[in-house]
Design a protein. Sequence first.
Length: 173
Amino acid sequence: MDLLTVKAFALDIDGVFTDGSILCTTDGDLLRVYDAKDGFAIRMAVMNGYPVGIITGGSSESIRKRMMASGILPEDVYLHCRDKMDQFREFCGKYALQPEDVMYFGDDVPDVEVLLAAGCGVCPSDGAEEAKAAADIVSTKPGGKGCIREVIEQTLKAQGKWIFDTGLYKKKF
């Protein structure tokens, strides 16, 4: 896919936004660690008007809260997904996008169908072999360690949109 045709981004959480590690508290809450630079790349995409969606098998409301802090709309955070194509189609429909307009980040077997359907599938360097084989781009970075930043930055730079606007940043975040 030509990076110039990307109109939106959709991402998995565990293994993409995080390294896949999950801590479980005694009350059952699942804790994840996110890379701040990945979060900033999402903010840059949002500030430039790209729709951004999260499609994850995770079900913790803390995911929604973290993504909202990055500028993603709460209704664009799809939790507890068991057939990610359903939510991918819903996200595309909401924004009148064709699947080929979307760059999707996924790292494991449940992501393969969406990686293949999206205009550009992206997999972290440490993704499952099936996901890497389905992806158009395999990042040089592992999940939770800058893979999102690397590819979104490349995409926005290719489109001439990797420009930081302090005033807009202060207003939105």
